[in-house]
Design a protein around this ligand. Structure first.
Ligand code: ADP
Ligand code: ZN
Length: 217
């Protein structure tokens, strides 16, 4: 199974992706996580990406597309994968179609996570993430059992540098300009499934599972 998960920053796509990865035994490919791990280890890719991420802008397609192509060639992707945070532009989506076509593969479904903007702003500034495994927490709604320590892996739970109010506003603008048009792009292919994440993660996952069943995936 090859899935894409789309949604505004802080919509909960990462959290849903982790649940789906476990349920369907998929590789989880989060471009944001790949950039952050490169930033942490100080690679040239990380240095370049950081200047865009800190401003809430997209890392250029010329960097991102090649990085994803390399990642999709790795062994664990053979069992299927969920792409979280890619594609984020029409050019990325077209490049992905080409990459897959070369291998005779296709995307089975595109999950669109739906959440109101006001809820996003509230959730994203109180979000915390595990540096090691990427698990998401929220100081208001879902705190770690021990402050600053991941329940799952014991890693450090921190606030992302780009989860401040100013950068979130920029990221939302970037999302509406560049990424939201992908919903029409994939709707035209009959691939969109909606996950309503306004209430809670459980009901969101349930609606995604029903959507996958309905598509026969
Ligand atoms: P969120 O969806 O909450 O903004 P991500 O972890 O998916 O978080 O992405 C963080 C940042 O990494 C984005 O704001 C952007 O700067 C960069 N990024 C991630 N994926 C892509 C992509 N496919 N193309 C360009 N930039 C990306
Ligand atoms: Zn962890």
């Amino acid at each position: 199974m090859r899935l894409i998960i789309l949604g505004a920053p802080g919509s909960g796509k990462g959290t849903s992706a982790v649940v789906l990865k476990e349920k369907y035994d998929l590789a989880h490919i989060s471009t944001g996580d790949i950039f952050r791990s490169n930033i942490k280890s100080g690679t040239p890719l990380g240095l370049e990406a950081k200047s865009y991420i800190d401003k809430g802008q997209l890392v250029p397609d010329s960097i991102t597309i090649g990085m994803v192509e390399g990642r999709l060639a790795e062994d664990d992707c053979k069992k299927g994968y969920i792409l979280d945070g890619f594609p984020r532009t029409i050019a990325q989506a077209e490049a992905l179609d080409e990459m897959l076509a070369k291998k005779g593969e296709k995307i089975d479904a595109v999950i669109s996570i739906v959440v109101d903007d006001e809820i996003i702003k509230d959730r994203v500034t109180s979000r915390r993430v595990c540096e090691k495994c990427g698990a998401s927490y929220n100081v208001k709604y879902k705190p770690a059992k021990v402050d600053g320590v991941c329940d799952l892996c014991g890693g450090n739970v921190v606030q992302r540098a780009d989860d401040n109010e100013e950068t979130v506003a920029a990221r939302l603008i970037t999302y509406y300009e560049n990424t939201k048009p992908l919903i029409d792009f994939y709707n035209a292919k009959g691939l969109i499934i909606e996950g309503d994440n306004n209430v809670d993660s459980e009901s969101c996952i349930k609606s995604i599972e029903d959507g996958l069943d309905a598509l026969g995936v």
